[in-house]
Write a protein that binds this ligand. Structure first.
Ligand code: ATP
Ligand code: MG
Length: 267
């Protein structure tokens, strides 16, 4: 027990980004995608990232996943420097990216096969996630038989199958209609509370960011820097309709919108 407690204390930061810059050198141009970016995300925290197109949001997630190396600075995942692709994360992309020839369940289980998880445990966890995301009855359906929202739920289950302590989401609901998106927002809020996972979510929707997050990171146009980190100041449990009417929600969305407007004007 004492060892557990020590370990927990030692890994209190889920993600640490220290003074990071990313420069891309291609044949025709040099692009500074990120500059002077520092951010600490606590275990179990939900952080949303908003900013204009091309400001380096996806680049930031790739750094945390170890898919990209910073040009300078350092990235830590659970207090360990990120040196290559990390397996203790879940990644949800803008498009569900499901395999058309596999059923919903077998798309979810793909994660287990890639990680060589024990099959019984993987099946049990898949069943839990299918129930949690309301996919019950559609386990054997193929992607083309599922709605866009359901496909995104399958992708979410796949990202959560191995119980990653950190979940990275890059505009996961961008392709959904407004109503489905609301539903997915409510579901994500519940899943986040139930699993206790740390979430980094990139989104273009200010209301989605504020509804879901503990803090909203607002970025400037390229080269991406952090303009401000806005504390949302609402508890974790958030009824959708009620939250939209709360003064904290209105204040935070107005503030973030103002910051993005100012940033855009300076472009
Ligand atoms: N592999 C790469 N090689 C060269 N340049 C790149 C590479 N990846 C990204 N960039 C450049 O870095 C900048 C940031 O890209 P990034 O994809 O992180 O932006 P973003 O904030 O996610 O934008 P969007 O909101 O449109 O998805 C862009 O100017 C892009 O052209
Ligand atoms: Mg992007």
């Amino acid at each position: 027990m004492a060892r557990d407690a020590t370990l927990r204390a030692a890994t209190s930061a889920a993600v640490g980004i220290d003074d990071v810059a990313v420069r891309f050198r291609t044949k025709n141009r040099d692009v500074t995608a990120l500059r002077d970016v520092s951010l600490d995300v606590a275990m179990g925290e939900f952080v949303a990232i908003v900013g204009p197109s091309g400001c380096g949001k996806s680049t930031l997630l790739k750094l945390v996943a170890g898919l990209l190396k910073p040009s300078s600075g350092q990235v830590r995942l659970r207090d360990e420097q990120v040196k290559g692709p990390r397996h203790d994360i879940g990644y949800v992309f803008q498009r569900a990216a499901l395999l058309e020839w596999r059923s919903a369940r077998r798309n979810i289980l793909l994660q287990a096969e890639m990680r060589r998880m024990p099959a019984a445990r993987a099946r049990e966890r898949a069943a839990e996630l299918i129930a949690m995301t309301g996919l019950g009855g559609f386990e054997d359906a193929y992607p083309h038989e599922l709605s866009g929202g359901m496909q995104q739920r399958v992708a979410l289950c796949r990202a959560l199958l191995h119980e990653p302590p950190v979940l990275l989401m890059d505009e996961p609901f961008g392709a959904l209609d407004a109503l489905t998106r609301e539903q997915m927002n409510m579901e994500l809020n519940r899943i986040w509370r139930e699993t206790g996972t740390t979430v980094l979510l990139v989104t273009h929707s200010i209301s989605e960011a504020v509804y879901l997050a503990d803090r909203v990171v607002v970025m400037s146009p390229r080269p991406g820097t952090i303009t401000e980190i806005v504390e949302v100041g609402m508890g974790a449990e958030r009824d959708y309709a009620q939250t939209m009417g709360r003064p904290e929600f209105r204040d935070a969305t107005t503030h973030v919108r103002g910051l993005l407007g100012t940033a855009a004007a300076g472009d």
